[in-house]
Design a protein around this ligand. Structure first.
Ligand code: CO
Length: 207
């Protein structure tokens, strides 16, 4: 059997098991999704949103890219954000970075990665901004993880500045934006930064 055929076989077993546990599982999800969360994570295969949060299909709307970036002119990300916030009405947006992220590591070197350089340039900007404090950190692994945290923080801020969020905050005081970092060593999520919708008195600044 080829490796990809194993996936199809495993899928059959999974679907059968789900149906056995809950005969209405697929029926419920067939026509409607009402997730409470939007997840913006890294494409890294070791950080699967549903699995590490113990959530089921239907619970998290997901967008993933290299190093979980929120680039202001990325139409793909902006469309996912708009759909999740304005149409699905998610209550929480989670940006999740992870330790030892390849995209972050790449941004800390002078190597060229071809077309990917255009993408990781956005991480280099964050690196340059925090260069002094990051370079002061002891070993290389810790420096990478420090930039991972700085970047997650920046992505949360970037989301908060989108038109989609400004509108949702002003009209519905939702969603809450969270920046988390996943530890590859222990499988634990660590909250590092968050932004709540502004209180009423601050709302006029958004309008
Ligand atoms: Co990564």
């Amino acid at each position: 059997m080829q490796s990809f055929e194993k996936l199809l076989l495993e899928n059959k077993a999974w679907a059968a098991e789900k149906k056995e546990d809950d005969p209405n599982f697929f029926k419920r999800l067939e026509h409607v999704q009402a997730p409470e969360f939007l997840w913006i994570g890294c494409s890294d295969s070791r950080v699967p949103a549903n699995e590490i949060t113990g959530t089921l299909p239907g619970e998290i709307f997901v967008h993933r890219n290299i190093a979980n970036l929120v680039v202001p002119n990325d139409l793909n990300m902006l469309s996912v954000l708009e759909y999740a916030v304005t149409h699905l009405k998610v209550k929480h947006v989670i940006v999740c970075g992870h330790h030892n992220c390849g995209g972050i590591k790449a941004a800390m070197t002078d190597h060229s990665f071809g077309i990917i350089d255009n993408w990781i340039r956005h991480i280099k900007d964050v690196y340059n901004e925090h260069r002094e404090e990051i370079d002061a950190v002891g070993d290389e692994g810790a420096r990478v993880n420090h930039l991972v945290e700085c970047s997650v923080r920046q992505q949360v801020i970037n989301i908060s500045q989108t038109e989609t969020i400004r509108k949702a905050w002003a009209k519905e005081r939702r969603p809450h934006i969270h920046g988390w970092v996943y530890g590859l060593k222990d499988g634990l999520l660590k909250p590092v930064f968050s932004m709540a919708p502004p209180v009423k008195e601050e709302l006029y600044q958004l309008l």
